[in-house]
Design a protein. Structure first.
Length: 225
């Protein structure tokens, strides 16, 4: 996974079975295209669970974190389309964070993804960075099976802005997102085991969205910025 820009929006969500076809039609034919059309948005992607605690992982890359709290995006969030209003009630167990890219090494894009939503309060964040950046990420990146390793940290104030799309919905927030991508399932499964041990070794670290394995289903790239 090559992350475009400096901003990254991460969304995990389950979708109720009775709304799954509505969700797919809306997400493929309107929603991602609409989001990528916003100034400063560069790409949108959706992954589906292979072995994960939440069915879907969806993400958007932006030129900067400021785009994610800017007028163009907030205007869309506060004026959802009729199709969006139809689809959103089917969402549950949702976590959404607006983040800044902190660490990002990539050789290219792959279809297999391991990701986690992480809370690391106070000194735990600095210790986790030290362990991950100093050893694990560098070694994982050198693995021939890994396409990219990334760490992004949350703008909590931006992530908790109340909008029309959020009204009446429970949406979780966490401190950071960890991402590792590969072209094949084996390397990300091995990375998942290694990273689970690293996260467990730091006191105070929790995973509101536990490490899961997802596979790419859909993406839309902005062809001109």
């Amino acid at each position: 996974m090559t992350l475009f820009g400096e901003g990254f929006i991460a969304i995990w969500s389950d979708i109720r079975e009775e709304g799954l076809e509505t969700f797919y039609a809306w997400h493929d034919n309107e929603h991602v295209l609409e989001r990528v059309g916003i100034p400063g948005f560069l790409r949108g992607r959706r992954y589906v669970a292979v072995d994960a605690p939440v069915r879907f992982f969806m993400c958007y890359e932006t030129v900067s974190p400021e785009v994610q709290v800017g007028t163009d995006y907030l205007n869309r969030l506060n004026d959802p389309t009729p199709w969006t209003r139809q689809a959103l009630p089917y969402f549950y167990n949702t976590t959404r964070i607006l983040t800044r890219k902190i660490f990002s090494h990539a050789k290219g894009d792959g279809a297999e993804l391991v990701a986690a939503g992480i809370d690391a309060p106070g000194p735990a964040l600095a210790e986790l960075r030290r362990i991950l950046f100093g050893r694990h990420f560098s070694e994982l990146y050198l693995d021939h099976g890994i396409a990219g390793v990334h760490w992004c940290e949350t703008d909590r104030a931006g992530s908790t802005i109340e909008t029309a799309e959020k009204k009446g919905r429970s949406v979780g927030v966490c401190d950071a997102v960890l991402l590792v991508e590969s072209s094949r399932p084996g390397p990300v499964r091995a990375a998942r085991e290694r990273l689970a041990a690293a996260l467990a070794a730091v006191a105070g670290v929790t995973t509101p969205v536990p490490l899961g394995h997802w596979r790419l289903e859909y993406q839309k790239v902005k062809l001109a910025v």
